[in-house]
Design a protein around this ligand. Structure first.
Ligand code: SAH
Length: 356
């Protein structure tokens, strides 16, 4: 029988398992401290856990859900991992360094079913959901890239996949990231980015935890949005904004609206005005993302002056807007691109940095 992924177990589940082995339940917290706090890469390194229990752990579980298939480092310090899951599927995660921040961008699915026309992740549809442990694994892997004095400060759920389409597996992962006995990251340092699934936004709000919500709007009206984000056909912007407003009322967290700027498609002054009107009375921040080129697609970012004009127009409607900084451009750090490459080549990847 194949071994289970340890991080698929919640604290309660691990506690029951430990009790089942005849050990004291406090051993579960001890084990979790080694994984989330002390960055071990094997059960053997868990020195204060009895050897017999360590043996049982390694017979039943794997500590990592993935193998590192490729590890790239950008000139700006961004690192990107291509991770191979036990069934041979690939996902990506990215660790971005800023002066005071280390932000990890995490995937939630293998592929994506949303089909946004500018996005590399959805080009070949959805393969499957990631499990809770497979989501957390990306954080563990990124954490082990850091120097001893560096810590992960922020997590963005903005990698491959639609996080809210896999909410069942995502929620336990979010809770572990947030828990003291887990990664211990404040909820305000964790951002979930969604295409905008209203019922799922409501479900997330019901947790009553201050996770940040980012909504990929990309257009100010339904006709244009449905062209760019096909799932919008059955959703509509109004319902998304209602769910977002409720999320703000419940959590007090200002909503971020992401808007990929596509030259000649949604970057006109007309759209900026329409977006301004839509958001001016809301507690919102617009994050403009110049399109990152995706090889098979004929969509591109507008010029810098056009981008600046778009921002100025939004600001004239009293809507807060910034342009997302590009990180790791030299390593294709925009998510989905490496996995796509990997599939196109269908050859085993050459650089192996497996540390399991
Ligand atoms: N499915 C989620 C999270 C994944 S992507 C969502 O839709 O929000 C995170 C952000 O990157 C989204 O706003 C997405 O629209 C954007 N994105 C995807 N491909 C891009 C590209 N080629 N250039 C710029 N932004 C892109």
């Amino acid at each position: 029988m194949s071994r289970r992924i340890l991080t698929d177990l919640s604290r309660d589940e691990l506690t029951s398992w430990v009790e089942g082995t005849g050990n004291g339940s406090y051993r579960a917290d001890q084990i979790r401290r080694w994984i989330y706090g002390k960055r071990v890469s094997s059960f053997d390194e868990m020195h204060d856990v009895p050897a017999s229990l360590r043996n049982q752990l390694s017979e039943e579980f794997v500590l990592f859900a993935s193998k590192i298939s490729r590890h790239q480092t950008s000139k700006d310090g961004t690192e990107k991992l291509l991770l191979e899951m036990s069934d041979g599927e690939y996902v990506e995660c990215v660790m971005m360094r800023e002066e005071k921040r280390r932000t990890v961008c995490v995937s939630t699915q293998v592929g994506c079913a949303m089909g946004c026309v500018f996005c590399a992740s959805g080009l070949q549809g959805l393969k499957r959901d990631l499990s809770t442990g497979e989501i957390l694994d990306q954080i563990l892997r990124a954490d082990r890239l850091l120097k001893p004095d560096e810590r992960i400060t922020n997590v963005v759920i903005m990698g491959i996949g639609e996080p809210l389409a896999n909410l069942k597996n995502l929620i336990p992962a979010l809770l572990t990231l947030n828990e003291k006995g887990g990664m211990g990251l404040g909820a305000r340092r964790i951002t979930v980015s969604t295409v905008g699934l209203p019922e799922k936004i409501d479900e997330l709000a019901e947790l009553n935890i201050q996770f940040n919500l980012a909504i990929s709007l990309h257009a100010p009206n339904d006709d244009l949005r449905t062209e760019i984000v096909p799932v919008n056909k059955n959703i509509r912007i109004e319902k998304i904004l209602k769910a977002a407003d409720d999320y703000f009322d419940k959590t007090g967290r200002r909503i971020t609206y992401e808007y990929v700027l596509l030259a000649g498609v949604n970057d006109g002054n007309e759209q900026a005005v329409e977006l301004g009107k839509l958001l001016k009375h809301r507690n919102a921040h617009v994050n403009l993302i110049p399109m990152n080129d995706v090889a098979p697609l004929a969509l591109h970012a507008p010029s810098a002056p056009r981008t600046n004009q778009f921002i100025e127009t939004l600001r004239s409607w009293n809507v807060n807007a910034t342009v997302r900084k590009r990180k790791g451009a030299d390593i294709d750090a925009a998510c989905g691109q490496l996995r796509l490459d990997q599939q196109a080549n269908a050859e085993p990847v050459v650089h192996s940095h497996d540390v399991t």
